[in-house]
Design a protein around this ligand. Sequence first.
Ligand code: THU
Length: 129
Amino acid sequence: MNQINWEELKQAAISAMKKAYAPYSKFPVGVAALVSDNRIITGCNVENASYGVGLCAECGLVSNLYTSGGGRLVAVVCVDGKGNFLSPCGRCRQLLFEHGGNEMLFMTPDGPTQLSKLLPWAFGPADLK
Ligand code: THU
């Protein structure tokens, strides 16, 4: 795995954010990830008139992970409508954990951090064994 190009990931997240469908919250979100085979994937939030069933950007990201070939999430950047780094919601931390694990890196305003810091002692696939 080459060094992580965080700026490229941020720009990909901003591009994805510009495609968000967020007419209700007016809070567009974009996310981009480096995958274990070095490709970059993205996602954006897609809201719904039935507010509770809106999809977070990370949901689209994980779907795109599989439609584009699978693999593991290595590094993730999430941005808000201003392009600022955004903290993932609790449900999305669980989504990211399933496909990136404790070592996955997530960009914060203080720099990259491991997912294990955002979701300590996570419940995951190993608990079902
Ligand atoms: N949102 C995401 O897409 N990801 C997160 O991690 C936090 C929240 C979206 C959901 C909703 O469409 C909007 O942000 C406002 O909550």
